[in-house]
Design a protein around this ligand. Structure first.
Ligand code: MD6
Ligand code: FE
Length: 194
């Protein structure tokens, strides 16, 4: 849903998220088994947060570094979920992915939720990114599109089980985020977990 949020709404949402991150500082997760660091930093908002470490992927109610509960979901994200998800229950997790100039996100399926049929809804803020999406099998052919600040993506139905990732960001293509966050991109991924 290109340009779902107006520039003013994007600024308000980015401000609310960045303020919440003061209480849930972004950290660099590591991959299961290998322990290799991801190139994005992460945090979460909401009752549950998605965690990756040597022991695997899972949802946890507290921040892995601070041990504190994740900050609440901003009202605007609850409203977005109600407007676009078609799911009767509210989201339980908002993963905050923070990209620098050289960050990327490998092809994956969001598959750690018990609520396997609930859509996943994301919001892009800041610099543009090349988003790649394929099919249910890792080797299925893929296509790509550019996500810009304010765009919303809904993976529902069959697309919920499709592989997707971020090839790269385009540094310097947005002036939305405060100077300390530039170049950079924030992606918010809303999920129903249980
Ligand atoms: C990103 N997005 O845009 C990564 N997953 O940075 C995702 O992995 C994603 O945008 C599920 C649904 C929508 C998404
Ligand atoms: Fe995803």
């Amino acid at each position: 849903m290109p340009g779902y949020f107006s520039p003013a709404d994007q600024r308000a949402l980015a401000g609310a998220v960045i303020a919440a991150l003061a209480d849930a500082p972004p950290y660099r997760p590591s991959m299961p088994r290998t322990g290799a660091p991801l190139s994005v930093t992460m945090s979460n908002l909401g009752p549950l947060g998605w965690i990756s470490d040597r022991d695997g992927y899972r949802y946890e109610p507290v921040h892995p570094v601070t041990g504190r509960p994740w900050p609440p979901l901003p009202e605007a994200l609850l409203t977005l979920w109600d407007a676009v998800s078609g799911w009767p229950q509210p989201p339980q997790a908002c993963l905050v992915n923070i990209y620098g100039a050289d960050s990327r996100l490998g092809l994956h399926v969001d598959a750690d939720e018990d609520a396997r049929d609930a859509p996943v809804v994301s919001v892009s803020l800041g610099d543009r990114a090349r988003f790649r999406i394929g099919g249910p099998r890792r080797n299925d052919p893929t296509g790509s599109l550019v996500l810009s600040s304010g765009d919303v993506v809904v993976l529902a139905g069959a697309s919920r089980r499709c592989h997707h990732g971020v090839d790269r960001i385009y540094p310097g293509t947005s002036s939305l985020l405060p100077a300390a966050w530039r170049p950079g991109r924030i992606n918010l991924t809303l999920r129903r977990v249980r």
